[in-house]
Design a protein around this ligand. Structure first.
Ligand code: 13P
Ligand code: SF4
Length: 331
């Protein structure tokens, strides 16, 4: 009798020893082919996972890919809210996440039970949420945005229409400034990775590397963003460096992105912006829960699988569809 593998509820994945002699690259490629599975990966994944992916991208690119794939199984090498988004747009597909505990500090900072009364305290506002939130929070939202389409979408909202923005206060403040919406009501959440960059150390680095452009993600704090030469999503940062004639860049985002940037431009130098302490806090601890071994086990057992209440899925689908519709012009 076949016994179904059990996802350990504490660790969030199927616990099973992996034969150390296995060629996991070959095994994962084989399983993808046999099961008609597509592997979508975010830039903050380990380089070895990025190298196995069928598509690597920022949150918008990944959401679009998830919406258009004809694979039977989507394996999401990213965090929980990303896999949830894939499930919301693909109710009939199996969506797998190598480690169910791969969360996100922004999503955790804005639970629906707190966001709901916050919205109720601001009647008549359009609720715009960064895609880094749970399905329950998405279900309370009018329009979802990502860092690459947020400004484009906010500019389409009539000037006299008040806006609530959640959950990222840094992205929210940045958008309030660039889209000229100073009255935007902003939820007070932060990304534990992007809040870690030190303005003082960044300034010292700029002195050490004069003229080297600073490329920063808008989840960084205002004190860091004010020294940036370019602000954009992970894909936009990658594209900027690829197309620039400069040969060196200081990069203020999770350091996983450097893998693709170095592959794009082997002759260029990429210097990670330093975190406050000498830690590795510029690596997302949630993203890094996914390992190649867990990816292999996840494909092998088709577990852990994302599951969602249909009523929440249907409510969360609407703001995602609005995002995809309103940002068709965004590359
Ligand atoms: P993007 O890849 O959309 O820029 O998002 C960055 C991020 O922090 C994802 O969690
Ligand atoms: Fe969330 Fe920040 Fe990690 Fe992205 S990098 S998943 S925003 S905690």
């Amino acid at each position: 009798m076949n016994v179904l593998p059990v996802v350990d509820p504490v660790v969030g994945y199927v616990k099973e020893p992996v034969d150390p002699t296995l060629d996991l690259y070959a095994e994962i490629e084989r399983l993808k082919r046999e099961k008609n599975a597509v592997l979508l990966a975010h830039y903050y994944q380990e380089p070895e996972i990025q190298d196995l992916a069928d598509f690597i991208g920022d949150s918008l690119g990944l959401a679009r890919k998830a919406a258009e794939t004809d694979a039977d199984i989507i394996v999401f090498a990213g965090v929980h809210f990303m896999a949830e988004t894939a499930k919301i747009v693909n109710p009939d597909k199996k969506v797998l996440l190598p480690d169910l505990n791969a969360g996100c500090s922004l999503a955790d900072a804005c639970p629906p039970e707190l966001f709901k009364p916050f919205i109720e305290r601001h009647p008549g506002h359009t609720v715009i949420s960064y895609i880094n939130c749970s399905a329950g929070t998405k279900a309370l939202t009018d329009i979802i945005v990502t860092s690459s389409n947020a400004e484009h979408i906010i500019r389409q909202i009539p000037r006299d229409q008040p806006i609530i923005f959640g959950p990222d206060r840094n992205l929210g403040r940045y958008l309030a400034r660039v889209a000229d919406r100073p009255d935007m009501v902003i939820w007070d959440g932060v990304c534990i990775v992007h809040e870690t960059f030190s303005e003082k150390k960044l300034l010292a680095l700029k002195v050490e590397y004069p003229g080297v452009p600073v490329l920063a993600h808008p989840e960084c704090e205002e004190a860091v963003l004010r020294h940036a030469d370019f602000i954009g999503s992970t894909s936009e940062i990658r594209l900027f460096a690829r197309e620039s004639e400069k040969m060196k860049f200081i990069v203020a985002t999770e350091e996983g992105i450097l893998h693709q940037m170095r592959k794009d431009s082997p002759g260029k130098e990429f210097i990670p912006a330093p975190p406050e302490s000498g830690c590795q806090c510029n690596q997302c601890p949630h993203m890094r829960l996914n390992t190649i071994e867990k990816l292999y086990l996840c494909l092998k057992h088709e577990a852990p699988e994302l599951e969602m209440e249909e009523s929440i899925r249907l409510r969360a689908l609407k703001p995602i569809e609005r995002m995809l519709e309103m940002s068709k012009a965004v590359k």
